[in-house]
Design a protein around this ligand. Structure first.
Ligand SMILES: Nc1ncnc2c1ncn2[C@@H]1O[C@H](COP(=O)(O)OP(=O)(O)O)[C@@H](O)[C@H]1O
Ligand SMILES: [Mg+2]
Length: 258
């Protein structure tokens, strides 16, 4: 469904992603792991078209995404949640979910300006979609709660919900359990599995939490210094000496920094 062909991304002299190729099959949970600074988020920023690679192509259902602008990517069926929760904290859960639809509503600006009856209908449809998402997340009772009153785990749910509301084919999740306690992590891992099993989404997951990756992934690509150093099933990459070494390197760097 999504194919990276020999993608390279450079920032000045730094090569953040180096000749990276991988393929995400439809209907799978595909994870990208690797130490900090490996280039994982840069991969997402290429798909979202925030960054333009200096080399290579990104095919989504056979079509090269490079020719599209960031706001067009959502219309292609690709939605994203960010590494840091970026919600409107003074707004309610319902209002935040509705903001997920804005990129799609833009093209309907004429009926909105003219206040046609079709607008009322659109508003109702949008609210119905938001309730559907809240239902899936089991947070319907929080519809009118301000996001600032929610725990971090629930804020992340809303963040993912905002990506879900457009009913994407592919959902990109960047470290969805970072900073979460084990109970919150468990909830999100169940949600990720449901995205695949109940909603038929394809999920591309960046994650640091190994137990989550091992639990939910069908396949894993491991990156280090912008390159793919290993690829396979969770068990395969977990036992790959090259991967173990890359993570040991990270631990040593942390220790040295202290
Ligand atoms: N916009 C940018 N400008 C300059 N350097 C960047 C930019 N985005 C990322 N980088 C650099 O690219 C490398 C990979 O970053 P990133 O993709 O965020 O890694 P990861 O998500 O794996 O931790 C890092 O060295 C980072 O500092
Ligand atoms: Mg990152």
């Amino acid at each position: 469904m999504l194919t990276f062909n020999d993608i390279t991304v450079q920032f000045g002299g730094l090569t953040a992603v180096n000749s990276l190729s991988f393929e995400v099959p439809k209907g799978q949970i595909y994870s990208i792991i690797g130490p900090n600074g490996a280039g994982k988020t840069t991969v997402f920023n290429c798909i979202s078209r925030f960054y333009t690679p200096s080399k290579g192509s990104i095919l989504f259902n056979g079509e090269d995404l490079i020719k599209y602008k960031p706001h067009q990517i959502i219309n292609k069926g690709i939605a994203r949640s960010f590494q840091n929760v970026e919600l409107f904290t003074k707004m309610t859960v319902m209002e935040n979910l509705l903001t997920g639809l804005h990129p799609l509503l833009k093209k309907n600006i004429f009926p909105i300006a003219l206040n046609l009856p079709s607008v009322k209908r659109m508003e109702k449809d949008a609210r119905d979609q938001a309730y559907e998402v809240m239902d899936l997340l089991n947070i319907t009772d929080l519809a009118n709660e301000k996001v600032s009153n929610l725990s971090f785990g629930f804020q992340k749910m809303v963040d993912i919900g905002r990506a879900m509301i457009v009913n994407p084919q592919l959902i990109l999740l960047d470290e969805p359990v970072a900073g979460m306690n084990p109970i919150e992590t468990e909830k999100i891992s169940e949600l990720i599995l449901r995205l695949k099993n109940e909603l038929g989404y394809t999920v591309l997951l960046i994650e640091h939490d190994m137990s989550l990756v091992m639990k939910v992934s069908d396949a894993v690509t491991v990156m280090n210094f912008g390159k793919k150093i290993s690829e396979g099933t969770p068990a395969e990459v977990q036992n790959d000496p090259v991967v173990i070494e890359a993570y040991l390197g990270e631990v040593e760097t942390h220790v040295a920094a202290k």
